[in-house]
Design a protein around this ligand. Structure first.
Ligand code: PGA
Length: 246
């Protein structure tokens, strides 16, 4: 059975003082779900220290992106081995903001996924359709293609030790959440597509998750947790979401 997991994606928000204040307010006592915090790159080491000091066994550090290359002349990029060196465990790949704003194709995302696995880290693959694609009835086709690019690169074994996050693009940062049944339908489809190797792969929902809607989402059979953007910037709100996950 997949374990419950809630990931905070701070995106390009916060600074040193914010990170300190967040950890002062973070109390995961009694939370059974695994939890990860993905700060911007410059704060990875700071947050790694705070994660360790916090002493919550289920708390880990994550990164928001990674370079597909192992090392070399790639100005501005960060390799998977560097993330290992900083104490990272989870790495988000294929977030819709990376796909749409930075032109990351499913093929590049698959190479990043492979680089993360090779370094021994846990890739968090984001998939999801735009509003236009949903309205055209193409949701499952789009998600299928995004998953297939990874399977083409690494085979079906790719899903073992990975995490998949379904994030409908129209729900990210918009305050519009997919209805729990609507999300479950896609999660069920993803679970089937992952096959046997994906039996224990946590499937996260992302897109305007907050304390008020988390529980209804988590009661769905194939929703194992959440990838949280905006609501992860408030420690108390974020902890409420983690509590709803288990
Ligand atoms: P949101 O972002 O919670 O602010 O909608 C989710 C995400 O982009 O991962």
């Amino acid at each position: 059975m997949p374990s419950s997991l809630v990931i905070a994606n701070w995106k390009m928000h916060g600074d040193r003082a914010f990170a300190e204040a967040f950890f002062s307010a973070l109390d995961l006592t009694g939370v059974a779900a695994d939890v990860a915090i993905c700060p911007p790159f410059p704060y990875l080491s700071l947050v790694a220290g705070r994660v360790e000091q916090a002493g919550f066994g289920q708390l880990a550090l994550g990164a928001q992106s990674v370079c597909a290359e192992e090392g070399g002349a790639f100005t501005g990029e960060v390799s998977a081995d560097m993330l290992v060196d900083c104490g990272v465990r989870y790495v988000i790949v294929g977030h819709s903001e990376r796909r749409s704003l930075y032109g990351e194709t499913s093929e590049l995302v698959a190479r990043k996924f492979a680089a993360v696995k090779k370094a021994g880290l846990v890739p968090v693959l984001c998939v999801g359709e735009t509003l236009e694609e949903r309205e055209a009835g193409r949701t499952l086709e789009v998600i299928s293609g995004q998953l297939q690019a990874v399977a083409d690169c690494l085979g079906v074994e790719a899903w073992r030790g990975a995490v998949v996050a379904y994030e409908p693009v129209w729900a990210i940062g918009t305050g519009k959440t997919a209805a729990p049944e609507q999300a479950q339908e896609v999660h069920r489809f993803i679970r089937e597509r992952l096959g046997e190797a994906g039996g224990d792969t946590p499937l996260l929902y992302g897109g305007s998750v907050k304390s008020g809607n988390a529980e209804a989402l988590f009661t769905q059979q194939d929703i194992d947790g959440a990838l949280v953007g905006g609501a992860s910037l408030d420690a108390k709100e974020f902890v409420s979401i983690c509590r709803a996950a288990g």
